[in-house]
Design a protein around this ligand. Sequence first.
Ligand code: EPU
Length: 304
Amino acid sequence: MSVLTRDSAIAEQIAAFGADWVPGEPLARHTSLAVGGRADLARLHDVQRLPELVDFLGRRGVAWRFLGGGSNLLVVDDDLDDVILKLARDSGRLEFQGNRVEVPAAANLGTTVMECAKRNLGGMEGLVGVPGTVGGALRMNAGAYGTQIGDVVRALKVFRGSMRRMETLSHENVRFEYRHTSFGPDDILLSVSLELPERDYAEILEKIKQCNQKRRASQPINERSAGCIFKNPPGLSTGRMIDELGMKGHREGGAVVSERHANFIVNRYQATASDIFRLMDLIRERVRAAFGVELEEEVVTWRN
Ligand code: EPU
């Protein structure tokens, strides 16, 4: 069913689940790359209503996808058929108990790191400049400067979309690997319990400052991007390979290989998703030809 033909009765029904209905929303507004076609969006305020909402969509034969912070996401230019579910920012608060903190998945990652720091809880210093939500960071096992979020997870609550069931998992039941976890596409992370080492606020701030300096010097933090586009193959650096090919500054339409870090594609001149996909294909081909390496996408891509 296309976004343009979905009947309007659904809007009222979705509102009954305590969600805002935003028909034909440009997803470019929800992604850090600022590209992506339109889709119907349901923004949910009360996480507890999620099973009912997903059940309702299922009964109506409406497919859905879940959107986090959109900071590691590349959406095609075409309109998407699926309804996009998103948790509103107000859908929960941080709750501290000793050196544990319960964090709602929709919380901003950087803000969470800082809130923990204020309570003398460290261990996530490297993650402060990683954009996006805590849920998104968990799903991808986001990492930087020696920290991976999976390392500090004790337990988490997840909604298993395919079974329409809420589950609490302990960290032993989740596989956290390099930019990959054992969660499926229909799993929606709801909240996480983190266990963090106690450290002095000043010490944490100093470490954060150092990581930020490194990041500013080596990544295009003021441009629109989705972070690193490709994963690093074991033992290799994708950024270095693309750099050695002389591809920094290479432009396809409005998309450019960052001069600051070659594994970042930046949307500098009103790029479309097609520009970015073309640039990715070109990088993949050149790296394959020169190094015999098949690059794997790090960014999540959405197509119909
Ligand atoms: N390098 C170059 N040219 C470049 C970029 C990098 O020669 O254009 C060289 C660097 O000089 C360094 C090596 O490649 O010797 C590695 O570069 P860097 O330290 O910047 O780290 P990275 O492996 O490219 C990874 C993560 C980043 C994370 C940084 C810092 C991946 C794909 N990337 O980058 O994560 O911020 O380490 O820990 O794992 C992301 O996931 O989106 C991301 C940006």
